[in-house]
Design a binder for this molecule. Structure first.
Ligand code: ATP
Ligand code: MG
Length: 355
């Protein structure tokens, strides 16, 4: 890597739709934080997107991964566009990056910020992280369709859980819990899924012995989903498989005030490859080009990136700026019931950064 101790090279992929609106907002705030906290950021832009796919037949160049493997982090907006099937953006960009760069941890922090719309408005102290397994599990290509066109037609889909794969995600979650409030919940369904889930549970139990300071328990995914709505304050870190983590993190984003706010990080904990930071939302074609996208999810993702780069003070300052802007209620985008533009909300966050 070509970074010095206080300089970072960031691969910036704005992508499609509102990705190209919220990423510039994030870069503006990142530059201000770098100046204030005394480090430097170098941004390399890549036009990898469905737009590019429609022009060239590829989301990214064949050697795309090589082009960004030496960067310190990747900041992604969103990829997806009407007329381009989801599997193109998924298999043409997101999955190659996640798998190629061994980003096996998907982090989705959830915080109920004061004054936000959402079903749990006003609930105090909701602050948890969903740790989703990001490269194996239920989303596998193994399986197929049999007896097509016959009355006994069937589809078979295999889930793949490996001992190293489960161990490393569970260890990551235990370690994360140890740095927070020391509580870990494992999402399971071993009463109905009788091979993979008992295997998952067994590994969680084994790894728990290595992390005696963490209070852990497991809950079946159905009950956990209900309890996340009823008593979200009870959770600190939740670890789940690829599918369970996917569902829980969207549920949790809705609890916390909507998809426009939710951040995510795809982490390669060994740091042998860059990690990738992206808002949870997609390209939002219905509002793209109007300058009214909520930049909070991209900004919060940028905060996760700063934290990962070792700039914890800058990361915390950015999160404070976002929280203050949201709870102040005067400058907010239409998805939160306001009339502000992306730029106005970005300026409000800049103004709300702690001195
Ligand atoms: P994609 O196929 O890229 O996922 P999508 O059509 O699923 O796109 P999403 O981006 O997932 O759209 O958004 C779902 C809904 O939430 C849309 O109505 C969109 O306008 C809204 N939305 C998403 N992100 C934001 C944001 N940052 N600000 C405001 N509204 C948003
Ligand atoms: Mg979507």
């Amino acid at each position: 890597m070509s970074s010095t101790s206080t300089g970072y090279r960031i691969a910036v992929i704005p992508g499609d739709g509102i990705g190209t609106e919220v990423i510039p907002a994030a870069l503006t705030v990142l530059k201000a934080l770098a100046d204030r906290f005394g480090f430097s950021l170098h941004f390399d832009h890549f036009d990898w997107s469905c737009r590019r796919y429609l022009e060239t037949g590829r989301m990214m160049p064949g050697n795309g991964l090589d082009m960004i493997s030496g960067h310190d982090a990747i900041l992604l907006g969103a990829v997806g566009w009407p007329g381009v099937p989801d599997h193109v953006s998924l298999w043409g960009l997101l999955i190659p990056i996640r798998r190629g760069f061994r980003q096996y941890v998907n982090l989705r922090p959830i915080k109920v910020m004061e004054g936000l719309p959402g079903p749990l408005r006003g609930s105090e102290g909701v602050d948890f992280v969903v740790v989703r397994e990001n490269v194996e599990g239920e989303y596998s290509e193994i399986g197929g369709r049999l007896n097509r066109g016959f009355p006994d037609e069937m589809a078979v889909q295999e889930a793949v859980f490996t001992r190293p794969g489960v161990t490393r995600i569970v260890d990551y979650a235990f370690k994360l819990a140890a740095t927070r409030r020391g509580r870990l919940t494992s999402a399971t369904k071993s009463n109905g899924i009788v091979h993979t889930m008992p295997f998952w549970d067994e590994i969680v139990r084994e790894r728990a012995a290595e992390h005696p300071g963490v209070d852990w328990w497991q809950e079946h995914i159905d009950a956990l989903a209900a309890k996340l709505v009823l008593t979200p304050g009870a959770y600190d870190v939740i670890v789940g498989s690829n599918l369970f983590g996917d569902i829980l993190s969207d549920l949790a984003a809705a609890i916390a005030g909507g998809i426009g706010i939710a951040p995510s990080a795809n982490i390669n904990p060994e740091r042998t490859f860059p990690s990738m930071f992206e808002p949870v939302h997609g390209s939002a074609p219905d509002i793209a080009g109007r300058g009214i996208a909520n930049p909070a999810g991209a900004l919060w993702s940028a905060s996760l990136m700063l934290d990962h780069l070792g700039q914890a003070d800058a990361a915390r300052a950015l999160l404070t700026g976002i929280e203050r802007t949201l709870s102040d209620r005067t400058v907010r985008t239409p998805d939160l019931g306001g009339t502000a533009t992306t730029q106005e909300m970005t300026e409000a966050v800049l103004a709300a950064l702690p001195a």
